[in-house]
Design a protein around this ligand. Sequence first.
Ligand code: NAD
Length: 480
Amino acid sequence: MSQLNEAAIRDVVSEVLAQLQSKGSLGMPTIQVRPGKHGVFDDADQAVSAARSGFEQLQKKGWGARTQIVNIVKKMCVDNAERWGDIEYNETKIGRRAHKPLKLQGVQNVLGPEYLVPQGMSGDFGITMDEAAPWGVIVGVTPLTHSVPTIAGNIINMVAAGNSVVFNPHPGGAAVAALAVNEINEAIQAETGITNLVCTIEKPTLDSFNALCSHQDVDLLCITGGPGVVDAAMKTGKRAICAGPGNPPVVVDDCSALDFDRVARDIITGGGFDNNLLCIAEKQIIAVADSYKKTLDAMIRQGAVLLNAQQLEAIKKEVFDFKDGVGCGSAVLNRKWVGANPDALARIAGLNLDSSVEMLIAETDANDPFVQEEQMMPLLPIVRANDFSQALSIAKQSEHGDKHSAMIHSMNVERLTQMGQEMDTTIYVKNGPCVAGLGMGGEGFISYSIATTTGEGITTPRTFTRYRRCTLVNNLNIVR
Ligand code: NAD
């Protein structure tokens, strides 16, 4: 048996074992959806017209129904965290099974209707109210990396703002999307009587994307994904809220006051979560002068496995395709390895690791594809910078102006400030893991759609509203 065949068979066996362990001896869950019912459609026109009716029903039911529906979706995400998480893992085959339920439970911290506070004005000329009104029907495009968590978070934000939604999910996570949409609609209908408030395309394609985006009855797009879909959405002519790609750096400053074990743990927590699938995740470490060795040693103490140069090269040649030779800036990500387990990546280099290993690290220079590409693998490159100013310039260059996320570990207030100002990212986390920027271990709320490209930031119900003003002239200004 050739080495390649042996490795491939080991991959399959460990995948099957992981699935059996996760499900007990009963094996895989089955996905049952009822197309044409409870929001699942195979046709864009039908889905939009059903969602339009859902929107009108919600308008008639008022604010109470919005709160009720948000509570239904939040409770379902908790109650079904394990089951939906398992089904999503088995369908998408990326990330860490154990982290899938955590992402669904995190939906508790998505903002609801309470966030929409009208602004009142009163003065000599009467009173005026500015209010956040719904758009109507929104089209949501969701990524492979977090199918149901993005769908659930979008529903909460969008319905809290009074809208209905049609999803065109990533085809690789469309079955679990249909299952969740179906069950959510069934629960919404049972408790409120509203039908088809949340719809999805059962077998999404580029054609269904185009049909939805050009539909005259669609009022707004919300796109969560990489550069291709963001570009496509911006060209449709519809207003689009785009949560685009990123390549977040983490800088470790050379502060003697830093606890480097804590720094390493934070990097592993954020960068290792769901095998680095989070768009906000630490994707390259840039360590300043003396902190380089301290960080590397602490990462190893905290369980990361250091690859040598040959092992890194072997993995690099497998997970990237090089058009014009290795290292010439022509790396194209081999998506098969996105979200792979560290032990599966290590096996490419002939290294046998336990499946509990959370992260691989490798010493690279700043031009390495692992630094420059948004590779979404639990293999973090660590780059040495001579001083803070060089670290900052590597961090800025490798973020490519996505204005997405950046992290730093430092006790120097001036440097914390300088990096925040220069990176100009939507999320900037100091002295914690990236997830602290989404309220997990830090203050604040969460959304799985961080509107970086179009600038709305971490989405809230307000993101999905249009402002309307109502003015009464010369009356009801009771305070003089
Ligand atoms: P992807 O871009 O391959 O797919 C995202 C969605 O767009 C899918 O539904 C896919 O079917 C669709 N799509 C892709 N190309 C398209 C095109 N040309 N026209 C129409 N539809 C198209 O991304 P992915 O692998 O599913 O997710 C990972 C990417 O998403 C990363 O770049 C990550 O940074 C980004 N992301 C961003 C956020 C955020 O909040 N900013 C959140 C999650 C993921």
